[in-house]
Design a protein around this ligand. Structure first.
Ligand code: URA
Length: 242
């Protein structure tokens, strides 16, 4: 149960001050009755605005096909971001909608967005080892010897001391590979190839754990149930990634 004005403000409808006006104007109902106290503590599911139930009152979990050219940071100075794809009300929510890990500006593909910070921590924590599958094209022919190097758990990235965890590399054509990582160091795929002498030209994330993009076009998203990662479809209860 939370204060009515706070619920509306946190779900991005309006400011708390505006919420008070909406209550005074009779636009807000609780249990079907016009609300008369903006400080009343209510469950969000009982609230209507102009007769409509609240927009995702319990939270958001989205699977986005990230287009190239957008960053995952909220900092305006870093350029156009993935949140600009979302409806304005979702961009005003508190807690804020954020990405689960990041994809570079020049990387496309599967990106999760959510306002559920425990989920962000769980899915990005190194101990959970969620496998992420990337498709990369590089600037020179791939040496099959790379498969062993990436799998060895000894590859050290420039500027780091600890080696990368073992990663699975599949060479799909002379300059194209699929790489599965269970960690998420900064620019990891590009730096792993750089450490072996090649430059990544294009990078796309195809899978995140049990999730794939399917036929989602770049810039589109679909909603996932908030408990997706607790369901067998999402990887539980086997805890395969733990
Ligand atoms: N590795 C990268 O280099 N970039 C990404 O966006 C993700 C993984």
């Amino acid at each position: 149960m939370r204060r009515l004005d706070q619920i509306l403000a946190n779900l991005g409808y309006c400011s708390r001050r505006e919420a008070r006006g909406w209550v005074a104007n009779g636009a807000v109902t609780v249990h079907g009755e016009p609300a008369d106290d903006f400080a009343q503590k209510v469950a969000p599911g009982e609230v209507r605005v102009d007769g409509e139930p609240l927009d995702h009152p319990d939270g958001l979990l989205l699977l986005l096909n990230k287009p190239l050219g957008l960053v995952c940071s909220h900092e305006a100075r870093e350029g156009p971001n993935v949140y600009s794809l979302l409806p304005e009300r979702w961009r005003r929510r508190n807690p804020i909608v954020t990405s689960v890990g990041r994809l570079d500006k020049d990387t496309s593909g599967l990106l999760l967005l959510t306002d559920q910070s425990p989920l962000v921590h769980r899915l990005t924590s190194p101990k959970h080892k969620v496998p992420k599958v990337y498709r990369a094209t590089v600037d020179r022919d791939l040496d099959p010897e790379l498969i062993g190097r990436f799998a060895s758990g000894t590859l050290v990235l420039e500027g780091e001391d600890a080696p990368c965890a073992p990663a699975e590399l599949k060479i799909v054509s002379p300059r194209e590979a699929e790489l599965t990582l269970i960690e998420g160091k900064y620019h990891q795929v590009r730096r792993m190839f750089a450490a072996t002498g090649s430059i990544v030209l294009t990078l796309h994330r195809e899978k995140f754990g049990a999730l794939a993009l399917g036929d989602l076009a770049p810039g589109q998203w679909r909603e996932l149930p908030l408990d997706f990662f607790d369901s067998p479809e999402g990887g539980a209860p086997h805890q395969a990634y733990v």
